[in-house]
Design a protein around this ligand. Structure first.
Ligand SMILES: *[C@@H]1O[C@H](CO)[C@@H](O)[C@H](O)[C@H]1NC(C)=O
Ligand SMILES: *[C@@H]1O[C@H](CO)[C@@H](O)[C@H](O)[C@H]1NC(C)=O
Ligand SMILES: *[C@@H]1O[C@H](CO)[C@@H](O)[C@H](O)[C@H]1NC(C)=O
Ligand SMILES: *[C@@H]1O[C@H](CO)[C@@H](O)[C@H](O)[C@H]1NC(C)=O
Ligand SMILES: *[C@@H]1O[C@H](CO)[C@@H](O)[C@H](O)[C@H]1NC(C)=O
Length: 405
């Protein structure tokens, strides 16, 4: 059952508290929004299972009819949220930052307050799950990221009731507009927040820069930043290098790219398509690649959490895991391949154990959706989602080689 398990997510959170949005200067044609990290302290036992279910639902979503793929989140480990104002004056909602979906949602945990800028379109949205469904109404309203970054008449889906999803008040959908097709009744597609920022000339290009600090930095307020209209060079230690979006489906329905993966000098995944996803905690790779990685690292699969574990001796021998994307190598250091040990206790994990963040996507390679680069990757590399030029870019940051885990 979907809702009852989700309820677990809602209760115990180690939240760093909400931080305030801080705009960059306007003349750069971009503005930034600070995001906070939240850590679900009860979820790790279900993390892998739930994330894998989400990945399967993305992979097999129907893209031409019901828009079902446009809503399914399962952030059981670590997730990032932004404080977003809706209405005039704004009511603030804590929204999940999700590049894996494209509609923006608010629901009843922080009730939607209709104001004089709110227009009910009369259109409805229904989302069907294996075990149930829920409904929402579409409104157009003013959305405030920062005082300098305000969107007029943004489509918002107001869900009447989403049982259990209290850990956040909704979703900030940062995926492509294609994922909104037929998601709202009587509507072919719904302009996303980035589409509207661009159309309303609030940003000069349809580009989103995403900077996540590692989860182990959760004590710090400044857990990350979204930049609309560009990216933040000040946190980068290399130039941004781009790769075109993949043409391989189903990865192409999302922020999909081609990449190959090497453990040391040994190839574990030959060039194939997959996605970059701010809605997943770990890095998932095709089952055959996962088995190669497990055997090369000597890791053991922990049956309780579904995570790989390694001994200190194996950690000492861990090789760099290199992601080759568009001819550029992005190396995950040994430290970047392990779950932050400072979080083991809070997550109910064995405090003496070392867990790996590479996991099994649950099906073999060659499916057109063979990896998911989730937070564990995005915390180490700045990512740039460029709709205008249909490409994704990455850059190194101060966190790329840090020993934060
Ligand atoms: C959404 O994900 C859950 C697992 O978290 C899964 O059980 C459910 O079937 C998925 N829904 C859809 C529509 O794919
Ligand atoms: C809407 O309400 C806000 C404050 O409640 C007010 O400042 C604004 O002028 C109102 N706008 C209109 C069009 O009435
Ligand atoms: C969508 O609209 C059609 C007719 O416009 C209606 O028959 C249908 O019930 C609506 N669907 C939902 C989920 O409200
Ligand atoms: C990605 O890989 C597929 C399959 O090998 C290939 O057809 C395609 O040209 C590659 N590049 C892009 C940008 O999709
Ligand atoms: C915790 O991990 C350590 C190191 O791997 C191991 O020796 C110990 O048996 C584990 N404890 C439990 C309860 O699994």
């Amino acid at each position: 059952m979907y809702f009852p398990t989700i309820t677990l997510l809602s209760s115990l959170l180690l939240s760093s508290g909400f931080v305030h949005a801080s705009p960059l200067s306007r003349d750069t044609g971009k503005a930034s929004l600070t995001i906070s990290i939240k850590i679900n302290t009860v979820g790790v036992g279900q993390l892998v299972e739930k994330e894998r279910a989400r990945i399967q639902s993305l992979k097999y979503a129907t893209h031409d009819s019901s828009g079902r793929g446009s809503f399914n989140v399962s952030n059981y480990g670590v997730f990032y949220t932004a404080e977003v104002g809706v209405g005039t004056p704004p009511t603030y909602h804590t929204l999940l930052v999700d590049t894996g979906s494209s509609n923006t949602w608010v629901w009843a945990s922080q009730p939607y307050v209709a104001t004089n800028s709110s227009v009910n379109t009369g259109n409805s949205v229904s989302v069907t799950y294996g075990s149930g469904a829920f409904y929402g109404e579409e409104w157009l309203d003013t959305v405030t990221f920062t005082p300098d970054l305000v969107i007029d008449q943004q489509s918002i889906v107001v869900a009447s009731r989403v049982a259990g999803l209290n850990a956040f008040d909704g979703i900030l959908g940062l995926g492509s507009v294609d994922q909104t097709h037929n998601s709202v009744n009587n509507t072919f597609e719904v302009p996303t927040v980035t589409d509207n920022l661009y159309a309303q000339r609030k940003i000069s290009q349809q580009v989103l820069g995403v900077f996540f600090s590692p989860a182990s930095d959760s004590e710090h307020d400044n857990s990350g930043e979204l930049v609309f209209g560009g990216y933040d060079k000040s946190v980068m230690t290399s130039p941004v290098r781009y790769v075109p979006l993949t043409t391989t489906t189903p990865a192409a329905y999302y922020w999909g790219i081609n990449q190959s993966i090497y453990y040391g000098k040994i190839m574990v995944l030959s060039s194939t398509a997959g996605i970059v996803d701010t809605g997943s905690t770990l890095i998932y790779i095709a089952s055959d690649a996962f088995q190669r990685y497990q055997s090369l690292t000597g890791a053991t699969l922990d049956p309780i959490t579904g995570l790989l574990t390694i001994t200190s001796a194996q950690y000492a021998n861990l090789q760099t895991l290199t992601f080759n994307i568009g001819g550029t190598s992005y190396g995950l250091t040994p430290n970047a391949q392990i779950w932050p040990r400072s979080l083991n206790a809070a997550m109910g994990l064995n405090t003496s154990a070392i867990y790996l963040v590479i996991n099994d996507i649950g099906s073999g390679s060659g499916s057109g959706f063979d990896f998911v680069n989730g937070y564990s990757f995005l915390q180490r590399f700045y990512s740039v989602f460029d709709t205008t030029n249909q490409r994704v870019g990455f850059a190194e940051t101060v966190h790329t080689k840090s020993n934060s885990n």
